[in-house]
Write a protein that binds this ligand. Structure first.
Ligand SMILES: [Zn+2]
Ligand SMILES: [Zn+2]
Length: 319
């Protein structure tokens, strides 16, 4: 399965993925379909690549029936505003995610004190929003249907964010889990660079309610999925995935819950207006020392992937 950054890869006959730097977007629809849906919108700088991938799969001038957001963290909505300049489509998200998409509230601050690697240590520089989508964004239908994606239903899987959703299709038990669980140790830059596959809890530095995150993982396991495609990492299927998934559910505290962290014992409280209250910030001296170096490294790496994406774009025109 090709997983080069910016390249389209097949997940299932009617599901394709695209890696935008550190996060994935998914295209739901058979190749050549008129009616298809984009799930999430990746990192900033990838709008043109996402549009080209859409045309590659669905044909010239392809435009989705809708854009569905698993949640609104910066690495899942980065290309959204640029995409909406070309595609006049409705974006759907859970109603509890709306404050972060309409300018009403920022997310709870990311928590570098969870540790686990460079991507966690530098979390305090990650944008926490909100973005302002205005009337482009609407709440998902209350009946669980997914606009534009027949056969799929959305499931509220809070914890990583309060309005986080996953998508599930009964017919082939395909699960798109967003960041409710992921298939790479997202806190570690090394693991992310290598894309080492492993069923893992939600990216810890952005998870603001661990009890809800645990219940969401249990809920997803109870669906008995046969394939899992996530916001970070490669899609997994088969017996090994099922065993790892059950392990994660059974040993969530050991495998996913950080030993320390701002939200580990007390969640951020949020409602339909956004963040209502936050636990006090945890001080972590080692993290402060590592922060500057780690930040510089990640900015250089992310900058590199965006420049590479722009270069690829230019070389397509030259061809
Ligand atoms: Zn996230
Ligand atoms: Zn993410």
């Amino acid at each position: 399965m090709a997983r080069k950054i910016g390249s389209l890869y097949q997940v299932a006959p009617d599901i394709a993925g695209l890696r935008t730097g550190i996060s994935n977007v998914y295209f739901l629809g058979e190749p050549g379909a008129v009616n298809w849906v984009l799930v999430d919108a990746g990192l900033p700088g990838y709008a043109r690549r996402i549009r080209h991938a859409a045309e590659e799969r669905f044909g010239a001038g392809a435009k989705p029936a809708a854009i569905i957001l698993t949640h609104g963290h910066f690495d899942h909505v980065g290309a959204l505003r640029s995409l909406l300049e070309h595609w006049n489509v409705t974006v759907f998200a859970h109603r509890l995610e709306m404050p972060y998409l309409t300018g009403r509230s920022s997310y709870p601050p990311p928590d570098p004190s969870v540790g686990g690697g460079m991507l966690a240590w530098m979390a305090s520089i990650y944008p926490k929003g909100p973005i302002v989508l205005g009337s482009h964004v609407q709440p998902l239908p209350v009946d669980g249907s997914v606009p534009g994606a027949l056969g799929w239903r959305w499931i509220h899987t809070p914890g990583h964010s309060s309005g986080h959703i996953s998508l599930f299709r009964e017919s082939d038990r395909a699960l798109i889990a967003g960041d409710a669980l992921v298939t790479v140790r997202q806190e570690s830059l090394l693991a992310v660079l290598r894309q080492e596959p492993e069923v893992h809890g939600p990216p810890a530095y952005f998870t603001s309610d661990w009890e809800a995150a645990r219940e969401s993982v249990e809920q997803l396991i109870s669906l008995n999925p046969r394939m899992v495609a996530t916001g970070h990492g490669i899609p997994l299927r088969g017996d090994e995935m099922i065993i790892e998934l059950r392990e994660l559910g059974t040993h969530f505290d050991a495998l996913a819950l950080p030993r320390q962290g701002r939200y580990v014992r007390h969640p951020a409280i949020a409602d339909q207006t956004g963040v209502v209250s936050l636990p006090p910030q945890a001080e972590h001296p080692v993290q402060r020392a590592l922060f500057l170096g780690a930040s510089a490294f990640l900015i250089a790496w992310l900058g590199g992937t965006i420049i590479q994406s722009l270069r690829n774009r230019r070389s397509r025109f030259i061809e």
